[in-house]
Each structure stands twice: as C-alpha cells, then as structure tokens.
Design a protein around this ligand. Structure first.
Ligand code: 13P
Length: 247
C-alpha cells in the first residue's frame, strides 16, 4: 500500500473542500486506486466538517498534531487524541519539524504517540535532520535518535507510519539525491525493524514533492509514499503527483 498524505498546515476554510472533492473524484475513478490511500490533514477547524463530508468516500481526514494527554485537561487551546477521534479524524501527524521547533520534546512526542494510538488514531511520526546536521554528516545518527527516543516495541506497529522529512528540503525545492534517499530510507527501516522486532512500518518521504520530481522517487521501492505540503493545496498539483507516480 502506498500513501499520499497532504498536509495543509495553516491553510483552508470551509469552502476549500472543493480542492478535496476534485481529488476524491479522481481517486474514485483511478484504475490504480487500490494501490494507494489518500489522507489530508487540514487545520483543526475543518476536521469535523471534512470528516463528515468524506465519511463514505475514499479520502481520509487526519490532524496535524495532538496534545500529549489522552482525553481532557486544563491546557488552553490544547486538543487531545480523544477529541480528534470524536470529530472523525482517522490519522494524526506527530513530531512535524514545525512543532519540534516550537518545543515538542522527545518525551512529549512519546506521550502523543502513546495516547493517539490508544485512541485508535493512526500516527504519522515525522523525523528529519536540519541543514547543519546534514552538512556535518549527522543525518543517520539524528534519525536514529529521533526514532529510538520515541517509538517502542509495545506501540502497535500497524498504527504507525514514519515520514522522513529533511528540514532543509521542506518548502525549498531542494530534494535529496536518489542514492542518498534510498540509503537513508533503508537505514530508517533497519532501525524500525530493530525497535519493533519484526517488519518495519511504512516509511514516507516528505519535502518539496511535486509532479515533476515524483518520478525519481518511484524507482526507490523502499519509499512507501509521500507527505506533501505545498502541492497538496492545489487539486491539480496533488493529482499530478499521483498520476506521474503511476505512469
Ligand atoms: P513541502 O511539500 O511544501 O515541502 O512541505 C513538506 C511538509 O512539511 C509536509 O509535512
């Protein structure tokens, strides 16, 4: 199974659902539709209405983050996995570099993953090195640390997807070379196999993915799909990624 996940970040109002309707129409008619899943993570404000609208359709709705407590607490503006689940979210991103930058520690991320899984949300756990770490050849050790500090064997592997998003690639148009990316993805899967003592969960790539570069990624069979930012805000650009991947 391949995954095409669109992360809208701080984008979208109720009428932006038109973008998803077009993606959904394409998906429902696509002869390759059984090979992949489309998930969109709009802002919190749209999760309930979009989940209701796509309830019987193919697109699944997720959240971009969740709070590190299970149900209710007295933290202003916080949203828990239970609350997300109650409005129809099926997935949640956790550990996106935007949120790590704002202070999400490994300990907080571990609690987020634990409670999200407990509430039956599927977790897309994001990892990735920054520009300096890459320059200093620290990529693999950074990724290993990010994975081993948070993920545990007792977490249900079937509810976890890992997204490798090098920070220097997000929104910059810069992407790793095919050789680098293959090597890094294989390494991530090796670490995950060690953590879970069996097969690795799916591993996605994210960072400046678009219709013109996705063909390079399709030769790297170890990559199970994509986490797409900018290009997910346009139905045409998002559909082009899927079309070109299966061409
Ligand atoms: P871009 O596709 O805009 O580089 O964003 C990637 C990302 O951060 C998705 O979570």
């Amino acid at each position: 199974m391949r995954y095409f996940i669109g992360n809208w970040k701080m984008f979208g109002v109720p009428k932006s659902i038109g973008i998803l309707s077009k993606i959904n129409s394409y998906y429902e008619k696509d002869k390759n539709r059984n090979k992949y899943r489309v998930i969109i993570t709009p802002p919190y404000t749209l999760i309930e209405s979009y989940s209701k609208y796509f309830n019987k359709k193919k697109i699944l709705i997720g959240s971009q983050n969740c709070y590190q407590k299970e149900q209710f607490s007295s933290n202003t503006a916080a949203i828990s996995p239970y609350m997300l689940k109650s409005v129809g979210a099926k997935y949640t991103l956790i550990g996106h570099s935007d949120n790590r930058k704002e202070g999400d520690s490994d300990m907080m991320l571990k609690d987020k993953v634990r409670y999200a899984i407990k509430k039956n949300l599927k977790v897309v756990f994001c990892i990735g090195e920054n520009k300096t770490e890459k320059k200093n050849k620290k990529t693999l050790s950074v990724l290993k640390r990010q994975l081993t500090k948070v993920l545990e064997k007792k977490f249900n592997k079937n509810n976890i997807i890992v997204a490798y998003e090098p920070i220097w690639s997000i929104g910059t148009g810069k992407i790793p070379t095919a050789i680098e990316l293959k090597k890094t993805t294989i390494y991530i899967k090796t670490v995950l196999k060690r953590i879970f003592k069996k097969n690795s969960p799916a591993v996605l790539y994210g960072g400046s993915v678009d219709g013109s570069n996705v063909e390079m990624f399709k030769d790297i069979r170890e990559i199970d799909g994509f986490l797409i930012g900018g290009a997910s805000k346009s139905s045409k650009k998002f559909i082009d990624i899927i079309k070109n991947y299966y061409r």
